[in-house]
Design a protein around this ligand. Structure first.
Ligand code: ADP
Ligand code: MG
Length: 638
């Protein structure tokens, strides 16, 4: 039990609350982007003038930024292709696949995920750190470097500072991994409008939330994502316009890199090379990747690779041979797909569509395999390696209030949901960006002796003070048996279902008295209003914190004064007149300080009163012990 709640004494009317109803919708189109922070490649996308999402390219025309960061010994930092070029010479200072380390501790990584040339260390809060030369960096910092490059690229293309971004994460990411991703964005100077699941973003890019196949805005979809080093399968359910992840599966160690390796093996064999040095091997890898990508479009590809003596040899590879080499790898994804469908309780015939995501789904054999497995032609009109970023851009645009549509896709809570506690403070129960459906509970207790009712005021927003958040509902829990302050145990439970509907229940645990209300938190606010509230929260963070501390001190002062008052009434006879005077004077000073704005002073006066009453507390305790020994209850005194 960690909090004191507001009191609604029977008959006492509740204070009227200001709700800022008329928040303005942004008048101009906001500069917002969608970011796919991938294991091997990252992309940024935004809406073009015609309102279609497009990926933003770099000076060379590339949309995909290799998710690689190099920390040079002289302190320079390289990101992307330039960093990749250093991987061979400085494997320990060149960090790739950092996404695998996000929100993870060293212990969690020892099994498989940690296979890397990097030097991993135990860091603060149990999170892993990476040693690069003389210093160490966190996965959050490394990801922030990738995000900074994308942010800058977008700001140049959009000609101004970004207002916010939607960042995608794998559907299976847990709280710590999601939090780490948000921290990385914040570190890069990006305001995260929302985290969106990668498969959900892909579904959005295809407009599945509004497609005719999903009649009545319902339907089941499979998202098949084969990237550079990971394979993910997700089964999504569209329910009243809300995507719900029913099941996920995959293989975190399978992707296009494995296709490359099969080609490398072949090239080494025909070149008669065993155990080549790392530089030569790297050249073969590059050639193999190029050949692989060519074979997605043409039947044959020619490759030129160097021999140890420096001469170059040319080989021709045909698609049929390549497919034979990678056939088993592709087939192995079928198992995970079938398992995910089983977990979700669906069969292939139930699915209304299958979406292809990830660069490796360009391989024609992958497409044929998926079509056969799910018995339908997969959706692949959009670039599979861009589709997640495009969907994220679309979502960002909606959130920023740029679009005309009122539809708000809720696969996470857009704003925090909480309760008013003493001192008009907000206690957040369900933080912003929590995937829904979700349920969280917290225990509260009474503030005053004999309190029989409690006001439950449900609010939405990021600010610390109730008056600056949006009021969603109020109700009262009555019939609490009279007890001393702090003895009652009231469990308040917040539940948000897939529709974004919030149910709040409060239950006194000893008597079982319960009250329930249903609130509709998100649809009441337009996307523009949500954005405004987030912007306010950001702008007033420090100010709110100060007010929060001040209010907390005031609440504590009131509680202490109540307690001292009650003790004096009960056991005042234990004090000499002089002693009583001193305690009353200290109490008065505390009361005066609580009327002011100086939180420090309130705390000092509280400490002073505590010192003045120490001996009094001791005497009261002695009396109660004596009373107990005499078989009498303390309440009999007074
Ligand atoms: P991730 O999501 O893991 O960061 P991507 O979805 O961008 O990665 O996929 C990267 C993989 O896609 C790489 O292995 C790359 O070689 C592969 N790839 C990209 N284009 C093609 C293509 N045309 N044909 C086959 N594979 C491709
Ligand atoms: Mg990806």
């Amino acid at each position: 039990m960690d909090l004191l709640l507001d009191i609604a004494e029977p008959g006492q009317s509740l204070k009227p609350h200001e709700v800022r109803e008329s928040l303005e919708r942004p008048r101009h189109r906001q500069r917002v982007v969608g970011i796919d922070l991938g294991t091997t490649f990252s992309l940024v996308a935004a809406m073009d003038v015609e309102g279609r999402p497009v990926c933003i390219v770099d000076a060379e025309g590339h949309s995909a930024l290799p998710s690689i960061v190099h920390y040079a010994a002289d302190g320079t930092l390289l990101v992307g292709a330039a960093a990749q070029a250093q991987a061979l010479l400085h494997p320990q200072q060149t960090i790739s696949s950092v996404k695998r380390l996000m929100g993870r501790g060293l212990a969690e990584l020892s099994t498989g995920e940690g296979q890397t040339p990097l030097q991993l260390l135990d860091g603060e809060g149990g999170m892993v750190r990476i040693a690069v030369g003389e210093r160490t960096v966190s996965p959050v910092e490394v990801s922030a470097e990738i995000l900074k490059v994308l942010k800058q690229r977008a700001e140049e293309a959009l000609d101004g500072p970004l207002y916010g971004a939607v960042v995608t994460v794998p559907a299976y990411f847990d709280d710590a991994q999601r939090q780490a991703t948000k921290d990385a964005a914040r570190l890069a100077g990006l305001e995260v409008l929302r985290l969106v699941n990668e498969p959900t973003a892909a579904a959005l890019a295809y407009g599945l939330d509004a497609c005719p196949e999903a009649d009545g805005r319902e339907g089941l979809f499979a998202i098949y994502d084969l990237g550079g080093g990971t394979f993910d399968i997700s089964i999504l359910k569209l329910n009243k316009g809300v995507f719900q992840v029913l099941a996920t599966g995959g293989n975190s160690r399978l992707g296009g890199d494995d296709f490359d390796q099969r080609l490398v093996d072949h090239l080494l064999r025909v070149s008669g090379l065993v155990d080549p040095d790392p530089h030569l091997l790297q050249a073969y890898r590059q050639a193999a990747r190029q050949a692989k990508e060519t074979l997605s479009a043409t039947e044959t590809a020619s490759v030129t690779v160097p021999l140890p003596d420096g001469t170059l040899v040319q080989h021709t590879i045909d698609r049929i041979s390549f497919e034979a080499w990678i056939h088993d790898l592709i087939h192995s994804t079928g198992l995970a797909c079938r398992r995910a469908m089983k977990d979700a309780g669906v069969v292939a015939a139930d699915l209304r569509g299958v979406v292809l995501v990830g660069g490796s789904t360009r391989v024609p054999l992958v497409r044929r395999f998926v079509a056969q497995l799910f018995r339908c032609e997969p959706l692949c009109d959009l670039d599979p390696d861009q589709v997640v970023a495009l969907g994220a851009a679309h979502q960002a645009d909606l959130l920023a209030g740029n679009g005309e549509t009122e539809l708000l896709l809720l696969d996470v809570t857009p704003l925090s949901l909480g309760l008013e506690t003493m001192g008009e403070l907000v206690e957040k129960i369900i933080p912003r960006n929590t995937p829904i459906p979700t349920a969280r509970a917290q225990d509260f207790t009474t503030f005053k002796d004999g309190q029989t009712a409690m006001a439950i005021h449900v609010v939405q927003g990021e600010r610390e003070l109730v008056s600056q958040c949006r009021s969603l509902a109020r109700f009262e829990l009555r019939g609490i048996p009279p007890m001393v302050a702090g003895a009652a145990r009231i469990r308040v439970t917040f539940r948000v279902d897939a529709d974004g509907l919030l149910t709040v229940s409060a239950r006194e645990e000893t008597t079982g008295v319960e009250q329930v209300v249903v609130v509709k938190p998100s649809y009441g606010l337009s996307d523009g209003q949500i954005e405004q509230m987030l912007r306010d929260a950001l702008a007033h963070g420090a100010e709110d914190m100060h007010l929060r501390l001040l209010n907390e001190a005031r609440v504590e002062a009131e509680r202490v004064l109540n307690a001292v008052g009650a003790a004096l009434k009960q056991d005042g006879d234990l004090l000499a007149e002089q002693e009583l005077k001193r305690i009353k004077a200290a109490a008065l000073r505390l009361w005066e300080s609580a009327q002011g704005e100086d939180q420090e002073r309130i705390n000092q006066e509280m400490a002073q009163l505590d010192r003045e009453t120490a001996f009094f507390a001791q005497r009261r305790m002695d009396r109660s012990v004596q009373a107990a020994m005499a078989g009498r209850h303390i309440a009999d005194f007074g």
